[in-house]
Design a protein around this ligand. Structure first.
Ligand SMILES: O=C(O)CCC(=O)C(=O)O
Ligand SMILES: [Fe+2]
Length: 362
């Protein structure tokens, strides 16, 4: 394990943040566009401030893999508990996931994933922005009320356990299962969308072993680092996530550090399966709307997501205009490599709000 003390340059932010002249111009422009642009600038400034603060707290970055205790110190808000599941529970869960509905897919939010996925519970989507209950007619499955999945979900919020003070009665309303294969899977660095999900993100490793990478800051979700773009100098912590463990991300680990398993070599076993438990925001309203709909016999209602999807530090600020088509291109290329030639060739360059998808997982 190689740990060095280093103070790298801040990741590059658009000149707009540093150039007060531009901010002033935007203000003067007025109108809806001017206001939106001003909010975007403010979000950028807040993001830069958040990164700077996190850097003051932890200026180390490392190349090797650190132990869990060290990772917890370097990445505030990261917690890892080995032995969250027993071996028998891991096997039981793996069998449940392999044999029971819903079926596996290789797509999420309309974007190809480089691993198999299945989903239980509330569905939150970013394009279109809706929060809705699972629809059995579409093969969608709710969070199981009994059995091994239910037991494990319930254990997260149970009092008197090592993680209870951290998770404070956490009750997930969705579980997303990622099944990775060492031969072809990757999980590009990303933040879980802060508008769609509440704070805690809990990953329970059902089987398999990996090294997860945490990288401070960054400008956009799921961006493959490019030579010279500064992201390779950002503080980086790599930690082994053992089988049967519980990984919790809150605070800076959730909002300031991206996480991922970006290289196939980071998978230390042929297969790895993890269940990611979260709470989708707006689920209660979705339930209420559905109850109303059922009473009146109306079509199954969808609740528009009430929150703006953003990973910037200020949750009130829209992430409109974020650069995302580049990421989509990387994804499609990677997925295409695995499945043969891709049919779509998105335009290179900047994305727009229409093309924006904040939490595409690869
Ligand atoms: O595989 C994991 O443990 C984490 C997956 C993840 O970060 C995600 O699906 O958002
Ligand atoms: Fe994630």
């Amino acid at each position: 394990m190689a740990l060095s003390l280093a103070r790298g340059p801040l990741p590059a932010f658009p000149a707009a943040v540093r150039t007060t002249g531009i901010a002033a111009q935007v203000r003067r422009a007025g109108g809806a566009q001017g206001t939106a642009a001003w909010h975007s600038l403010r979000a950028l400034a807040l993001c830069a401030a958040g990164v700077a603060k996190a850097r003051r707290r932890s200026v180390r970055f490392c190349c090797g893999t650190v132990q869990a205790e060290q990772a917890e110190k370097l990445v505030p808000g990261l917690r890892l508990w080995p032995g969250f599941l027993s071996e028998a529970e891991g096997e039981q869960l793996a069998q449940f996931l392999d044999t029971k509905e819903p079926s596996w897919t290789k797509e999420q939010f309309g974007v190809p994933t480089l691993y198999r996925v299945k989903h239980f519970g509330i569905l939150g989507s970013l394009r279109p922005r809706v929060v809705r209950l699972p629809d059995p007619e579409k093969g969608e499955v709710d969070m199981p009320a009994e059995g091994i999945m239910a037991e494990v979900a319930q254990r997260l919020g149970q009092p008197g356990l090592p993680w209870s003070k951290v998770l404070k009665g956490f009750q997930p309303n969705e579980a997303n299962v990622n099944a990775y294969s060492q031969a072809s899977s990757r999980l590009l660095l990303h933040w879980d969308d802060r508008g769609l999900y509440e704070e805690p993100v809990c990953s329970v490793t059902v089987q398999g072993d990996c090294v997860m990478t945490f990288r401070l800051g960054g400008r956009s979700n799921l961006k493959a680092p490019e030579a010279g773009d500064g992201t390779d100098e950002a503080p980086t912590v790599r930690v082994r996530v053992p089988p049967l463990s519980l990984l919790v991300l809150r605070g800076a680990a959730r909002y300031e550090w991206q996480h991922g398993i970006p290289e196939t070599e980071d998978f230390l076993s042929e297969r790895r399966t993890a269940i990611i438990f979260r709470r989708v925001r707006g689920a209660d309203q979705a339930k209420a709307r559905q109850a109303e709909g059922l009473l009146s016999g109306a079509e199954r209602p969808h609740l528009k997501a009430m929150v703006i999807s953003t990973n910037w530090p200020d949750p009130e600020v829209s992430a409109a205009g974020r650069v995302t088509s580049g990421r989509l291109r990387v994804l499609r290329r990677l997925a295409g490599e695995e499945r043969g030639p891709s049919h779509s060739h998105p335009r290179p360059g900047l994305g727009t709000l229409k093309g924006s998808c904040q939490r595409q997982m690869m």
